[in-house]
Structure formats: C-alpha cells, structure tokens
Design a protein around this ligand. Structure first.
Ligand code: HEM
Length: 392
C-alpha cells in the first residue's frame, strides 16, 4: 500500500493507510515527498520528547510562502532551544490558566449569540455559523481588537488560513497579500497602543511579559499574533466540526452524551484522539536515529503522524472505536514536550462550551447531506461544510 499524504484517497480517509503503516512499515519512506513517516505511538512520542534529535526547523512558516505577512519574523513553532525556550517562557504569560479561565463567560456569551443565529434557520451550516466564527471572535477579543474592526479582523484571519492552502490563482493571491499587509499594519499599531495603554487582554499580557529582565519586542509580539490566527482558528473549528460529525455517525455515543452532560470533556478528548484536527507535524533529524520501527538517517525530513499514533492499538485498546466515555489523557493531538500546544486549554474550553450548547440548549439535529467533503489539506483534518437540520 503506497502512502502519500497529498493523495486525494488519503485526504478522504487516511485511517486504513495509517493502520497499514503501523503494522507493516512503521518507519516509511515517502518517495515523492522525500520524507519519512512515523506512524506508531511509541516512535511519534519518542520524536516529540527528543527535540534535539527531531528539530523544528522552519517548515511551518513556509506553509504560507510569499503570503506570510511577517516573513522576517520566525514562528515559535519553527524554533529550537535556546531561542524557543526564551520566547516560550514569555509567550506563556499570555496563556496563563487564570487568563483562560476568565474567558469562560465571554466564550459562553459569544457561543449563545452564534447558536441563536444558527437555530433561526431550518437548515444551517455549522462551519460558517458556529465552529468558524467562535475561535476567531474569541481570539479577536483576546488580542483587544476594537469592535469596529472585528469584520476586518475576521476577513484577515480567513484570508490567512486560505493562504495556508496555497491558492494557485494569482488574483486571489494578490488579494491575500493585500489583506496580510492590512493585518500587519493594524497589529503594529495595536501593539504600540497597548504599550501606552495596557488592558486586561492577552496582547497586554504579552506587552507586559517579563522574565529575568527580558521582554518581548514588538516584532516578536506581531509574529505571535499572526501565528495565533494560523494555529488557533482552523484547528479549533475542526475540533468542533469533527465532534459533531462523529456524534452523528455514532448515534449510540450521541445518546450517551445527551444522557450525561458531564461526558462532554471526555467527548472532546476522544474526538481529539479519534479524528485529530492536526494530522501530522514535520521535523528534521539532526543525527542518525534508531527507532522502535526502524532507522532514519541524519538530516532527513520526518512527518510525525499524530493522528496515526492516536489510533495505535498498541497504546489505545480498540483504538478504531469512537467511545465518548474513554477520556484518553495521553493522546498527542496537541503534540508533546517543548512545543506542546500553547492554546490547548483555550481549544478545550471552546470545544466544551460549543458542544454543550449544541447538545443541551438546542433541539436535536440531523445532517441532511452526506458524505461531507473534507478540507483538502495534508496537515489539518476537518469538514468543509456541516449542514444541520433542527427538529421542531
Ligand atoms: C483543537 C485545536 C488545536 C489543536 C489540535 C492544536 C494542535 C497543536 C499542535 C499539535 C501543536 C504542536 C506543534 C509542534 O510540536 O510542532 C501546537 C502548537 C501551538 N499551538 Fe495549537 N492547536 C489547537 C489550538 C490552538 C489555539 C486555540 C491556539 C492559540 C490561540 C494555539 C496556539 C498554538 C501555538 C502558539 C503553538 C506553538 C507552541 C510552541 O511552538 O511552543 N493552538 N498546536
């Protein structure tokens, strides 16, 4: 069986390929991409725990190519220690647990408004009406975007995400470049305004962040703000969409959650494991390395198949079964180690609140159109649309 993450069959349903790789070729050479793929939990976990051997060297910033509005500022995702250690310590100050907990009432309120609009229609698409705007609106507030710039901000965010799928059309690319320049200009001003007049938002926390007499430069804050849009929006949208999709295709599991609201956090963890929004992470080896599944040479590109690790029967019994009571604690959907997702508590909060509102504040719903088209991406997994019809 040939595995290539770019092939439409893999994008449509990667899981049979992952199962084959885990059993027959756990360290697999993808000839067309000149890269290795690690599919077993033990090997992916080892790579995540050993960043000095599996380095993060500049891949993700390249996903935007010439559409990156801040190409001269390296992304934290692409950094290695000691630069990463320094930036991460400072960036953490914007994501302290108490700051994220304090967001809960606003996340509830934003969700309530979006759900009211979604329910007012006989048939509403979850993606543009709830799972898309929720994370974008929350990040906008976290960054202190003024209300009269919210629509611009949403357009810039959407355009940035669209840029990661590398649109070939030059007219579209020109529009995305213009949008990126506007985003950059707006944020540069916003950061300076927060320096003179800080508030209670994340941007102010980043401006104030100090660690051993070290602070973040305006360029570093700008780079972080852009990355938050790229890393935090589509991923969270897909977490919510993948949850609803899998509940609809597993009616017995849906019934269990409807009967017991306290299962929602476990549902969120199971969706992250079962249908991981980030399917793979790129790394580069700094030396030859012997893994459980085979050997990889030095200076090689390696894809860590997070979504396959999360379906590894060697780690999760009956891994292909979607079980809302499983509450898996050691899935790698948010990565692990030094680059562990900075936004994980926020994504969990938004996922829980969106699903609680959909399942407990709305009438029951069906999806009138299947199969649902998948986003054509190598890295993220989610549905393009998810039309819902509410019963009276
Ligand atoms: C379900 C939603 C999300 C998923 C599945 C996800 C997944 C990930 C993964 C797998 C990584 C590790 C990358 C690596 O090791 O190379 C990561 C890092 C990161 N994530 Fe998330 N993420 C989500 C939501 C968010 C949100 C909401 C934010 C912020 C608002 C965010 C911000 C970040 C940042 C800044 C990093 C880089 C951390 C570092 O390099 O030290 N993510 N995320």
């Amino acid at each position: 069986m040939d595995y290539n993450p770019l092939s439409p069959e893999v994008i449509d349903n990667p899981y049979p390929y992952y199962a084959y790789l885990r059993d027959h070729a756990p360290v697999y050479w993808i000839e067309p991409l000149q890269a290795w793929a690690l599919s077993r939990y033990a090997d992916v976990d080892f790579a995540l725990r050993n960043p000095q051997t599996f380095s993060s060297s500049g891949f993700t910033g390249q996903t935007l190519g010439d559409l990156n509005p801040t190409p001269e500022i390296p992304w934290i995702l692409d950094m290695n220690p000691p630069d990463h250690t320094r930036l991460r310590k400072l960036a953490n100050k914007g994501f302290l647990p108490r700051l994220i907990r304090a967001l809960e009432p606003r996340v509830q309120e934003i969700t309530r408004q979006l759900i009211t609009a979604l329910r007012s229609r006989t048939e509403g698409d979850l993606v543009p009406l709830l799972s898309g705007p929720l994370p974008t609106t929350v990040i906008a507030e976290m960054l202190g975007v003024e209300e009269d710039r919210l629509d611009d901000f949403k357009r810039w965010s959407d355009d940035l995400v669209l840029g990661t799928s590398r649109p070939p059309d030059e007219a579209v690319r020109a529009r995305l470049r213009k949008s990126g320049a506007e985003l950059r200009g707006y944020f540069a001003q916003l950061i300076e305004r927060h320096r003179t007049n800080p508030g209670a938002d994340v941007l102010s926390a980043l401006v104030r962040a100090e660690e051993e007499h070290d602070t973040l430069t305006s360029a570093e804050i700008l780079g972080l703000a852009v990355l938050l849009l790229v890393a935090g929006n589509e991923t969270t949208t897909n977490l919510i969409g993948n949850a609803v999709k899998n509940l609809l295709s597993h009616p017995a599991e849906l019934a269990k959650v409807r009967a017991d609201r306290t299962l929602v956090p476990s549902l969120v963890e199971e969706v992250l494991r079962y249908e991981s929004p980030v399917q793979l992470l790129p790394r580069r080896t700094t030396r030859e390395v012997q893994l459980e599944g085979g050997k990889i040479p030095a200076d090689a590109t390696v894809f860590l198949l997070l979504a396959s690790a999360n379906r590894d029967e060697r780690k999760f019994p009956e891994a292909d079964r979607f079980d809302v009571t499983r509450n898996p604690q050691d899935h790698v959907a948010f990565g692990y180690g030094i680059h562990y997702c900075l936004g994980a508590p926020l994504a969990r909060l938004e996922g829980r609140i969106a699903l609680e509102s959909l399942l407990f504040d709305c009438p029951s719903f069906t999806c009138p159109r299947e199969p649902l088209p998948q986003i054509a991406s190598v890295i993220v997994r989610g549905v393009q649309t998810l039309p819902l019809r509410f019963t009276a």
